[in-house]
Design a protein around this ligand. Sequence first.
Ligand code: G3I
Length: 448
Amino acid sequence: MTLTAKSVARVALVSSLVAATAAAAVIAASPAMGAASTLAAAAQQSGRYFGTAVAANKLGDSTYVGILNREFDMVTAENEMKMDATEPNQNQFSFGNGDRIVNHARNQGKRVRGHALAWHQQQPGWMQNMSGSALRNAMLNHITQVATYYRGKIYAWDVVNEAYADGSSGGRRDSNLQRTGNDWIEAAFRAARAADPNAKLCYNDYNTDNWSHAKTQGVYRMVQDFKSRGVPIDCVGFQAHFNSGNPVPSNYHTTLQNFASLGVDVQITELDIEGSGSSQAQQYQGVTQACLAVSRCTGITVWGIRDSDSWRASGTPLLFDNSGNKKAAYNSVLSALNSGTGGTDPTTTTTTTTTSNPGGGGCTATYSEGQKWNDRFNGQVTVSGTDNWVVTVTVSSPQRIIATWNTSATWESADVMTARPNGSGNTFGFTVMHGGNWSWPSLSCRVG
Ligand code: G3I
């Protein structure tokens, strides 16, 4: 990286300001004046929802229900609508606990995500040893009966859950359902559409957050194939169970955007991030910002309310502590939701745009997207037409350029940088701290 003395000073100043701002956002004890004060209200400002997984046996816990009613506007049954819960004996359906959750949600004006119609886990005993066409028919019957029973009450169904293999294969996971034939997933989606035509139908999985992972690519190819052949799929759920061994990837936003660009909604469906304090809060903030930056990312669901409610409670992965107090992670999510505008989708990394000087000044500056992280992105500019160029790069608030390379940079204002050659050729780059605004910088070029 090449920096002039002036730009070094500028970068240092901006970096420290950004760090201070980020820290302030993370530790803020209460939302800004006029901002929404609950997760649901804050998400609704950009047309999104903020949900949680709910366990039926906790609906008598007043602290739990108080937080649920106050903070969330979407509910997922954590276990009560799975196959083993809803069809414990073949063709004998049991909706008592699912109904408790659905009724509570609807009585409180909240919507419901249905989880999950077909999955290799949590199958009732009678199904676990079935195979072939008997299993295929039992699965289709299950989907038809359950989706029909709840018809009209479900915003989105996880029709198929976790069907792809971990590791480098990028292929399907072996399971009794998979062994009924590779078309089991599309058959499941068609049955769900027939049973509840107005519910959104989602494919839901974990370890699909990193764009470069084989599993992510495998699911992407399936969704692409389904869209091209008219298989009824409306959305993809990203479970988003993160911890130090599986951190939020730097390309998370790219993953969400690339799936959305296939013409499906994307949703973060089971979010939890193990950790504590400002590190956990910053990761929650990054995930929230990544969703806000993709217009078809329609909502976020966390997988439980208090840390003690989590399926991995020892990792303290949720937004409320065991006593129901808001954690730093809660404040960072709320503040990100309150500052998110949403809907400013950048295109994918390979797309470029060209800005010519309308005055015919004899040069062209072409912008290419570079790497993206939760809090920043890189851009690259290539100039043609002259070796003696002056390129003006304008970013939009709250974006700030925090580093440059292969150019001599000066600033006209906080948002406007002037770049000139520094002997490194006609391509230069910079890093933008985006603050949730992923829009591209604008460029103009003139001969110096
Ligand atoms: O309720 C019984 C209890 O009566 C019994 O004494 C006890 C002893 O085994 O089990 C209790 O049931 C447990 C249930 O959670 C409720 O706590 C089950 O054993 C246990 O297997 C079940 O775990 C759930 C897990 O899915 C099952 O696969 C977790 O709560 C639930 O959070 C988890 O959720 C999954 C999503 O559905 C899919 N994505 C991953 C996510 C996390 O694993």
